[in-house]
Ligand binder design. Structure first.
Ligand SMILES: [Zn+2]
Length: 426
């Protein structure tokens, strides 16, 4: 039976750190349980080793049992490297009855399934995590863990905290309740991602982009994907585990990728460039819509039921006024989630496109590296001959500039149109 760290692909150093920390955390709990018995004698005051009378043999100057553990952690790494996978696995190891993340006990199971009472997962749906959400979370995180181990708060995309939410979190991290652990996930520890003060209070676990062979291995072992498909998907996803899994299993994801990779040969003029921009934006919108539509409908139905839609009794008029406000709130949140889903979909397309021009560049340079997109390698080779290394590099830069512009809040359509024109002109 694989333990909770099994899906953390190609991250041996990080896993070793987390295993040590989980052991240390378990030692802290054992130590605390032992402390409840009044028989424990304090370590020798005169500095000499006093053999523990509590039977543990602990002596003065013995290392602190919690030395490998701390209250706040930041998991960093490129998208798809498994930041949130690592944070969840560590949360499970903290809740594990054996203190190891065995993958079999109820603590491990419920944490991995997202149902453990003492593990709170914050996944921002909009573009940022607000202060209200953070305050409520910090408050609940301060309560005594019901399972007797730890209160764990996992914050995915901690780089999307608003400044006020960051401050609320900082206060909790500065004076953590004794049994609360904060696990933050962010692309990097750059001040744009995580404030310097939060960073200074956290231990950092850096994750790297996993090699394609490691990604392929997990697709074969865990998802039962055929080896040739797994290898193709792992290369095409450029180290992004979730993306590789989708490409291997979802025909629509494959079709979208193919449409994106058809862009370079369609750029035959200004009109074609604008058409390609529209197609790319619309494809991202459609993909995003499909991904959030079901959740939107479910939420709306649940809220309408909770508000007693169609009620006519006393106070119904007041209730309807209140209901309108709540529905408006919900729509606002859903709109923000849709915006984020669109940006994510567009970014995935741009990463695919960048991979194509990178292939053309490495071919023009005759660099001995495997192509990202094996299925468009012939087209990339043709591009390499036509554009030379410089032309391929200019095009690659145009794609990367488009990503940066969207990240900096330039309207996606404007950024993508500028990119398509640059790709066409070379
Ligand atoms: Zn376990």
């Amino acid at each position: 039976m694989p333990d909770v760290f099994a899906d953390l692909v190609g991250q041996d150093d990080a896993v070793a750190t987390l295993r040590r920390a989980a052991e240390a955390a378990a030692a802290v709990l054992r130590h605390a349980a032992a402390d409840r018995t009044p028989a424990l004698v304090p370590a020798g005051v005169d500095g000499t080793a006093t053999a523990g009378t509590d039977g543990t043999g602990r002596a003065g100057g013995a290392p602190d049992p919690g030395a490998g553990m701390t209250h706040a952690w930041i998991f960093t790494g490129p998208p798809g490297s498994g930041r949130s996978v690592a944070a969840r696995a560590f949360a499970a190891a903290l809740q594990c009855a054996h203190g190891t993340g065995c993958g079999e006990c109820p603590g491990c199971h419920t944490t991995m399934a997202g149902t453990h009472a003492d593990v709170r997962l914050v996944v921002p749906e909009g573009l940022s995590i607000g202060v209200g959400e953070m305050r409520a979370l910090v408050l609940r995180a301060a309560s005594t863990p019901s399972g007797g181990r730890w209160q764990v708060v996992v914050i995915e995309d901690a780089d999307r905290l608003t400044e006020a939410a960051g401050n609320a979190l900082l206060k909790a991290i500065e004076e953590p309740p004794p049994r609360t652990v904060f696990l933050l996930c962010a692309p990097s520890t750059h001040p744009d991602d995580v404030s310097v003060t939060i960073r200074s209070r956290c231990r950092v676990v850096p994750l790297r982009q996993p090699p394609a062979t490691a990604v392929a291995e997990v697709l074969i072992r865990r998802d039962g994907v055929a080896p040739d498909v797994a290898q193709w998907a792992a290369a095409a996803a450029q180290g992004h585990v979730g993306r590789a899994r989708r490409l291997a299993r979802d025909p629509e994801a494959r079709a979208r990728r193919e449409a994106v990779l058809a862009v370079p040969r369609r750029l035959t003029g200004v009109g074609a460039a604008f058409d390609a921009a529209s197609a790319l934006i619309e494809a991202a919108e459609a993909e995003a819509e499909a991904s959030v539509a079901e959740a939107d409908a479910t939420e709306r139905a649940a809220l309408e039921t909770a508000l007693g839609a169609g009620g006519t009794g006393r106070g119904a008029a007041g209730a309807i006024r209140g209901a309108a406000g709540q529905l408006k709130d919900l729509e606002k949140r859903q709109k923000s989630r849709a915006t984020r889903a669109q940006r994510d979909a567009l970014d995935r397309a741009l990463v695919d496109l960048a991979g194509f021009y990178r292939d053309a560049l490495t071919m023009a340079l005759r660099a001995p590296v495997a192509p990202v997109h094996t299925d468009t390698a012939a087209m990339a080779e043709a591009g390499a001959q036509k554009w030379d290394a410089e032309g391929a590099l200019r095009r690659l830069e145009a794609v990367l500039e488009c990503r940066a512009a969207i990240e900096a809040n330039v309207k996606p359509r404007i950024a993508v149109e500028a990119m398509m024109l640059a790709l066409w002109r070379g």
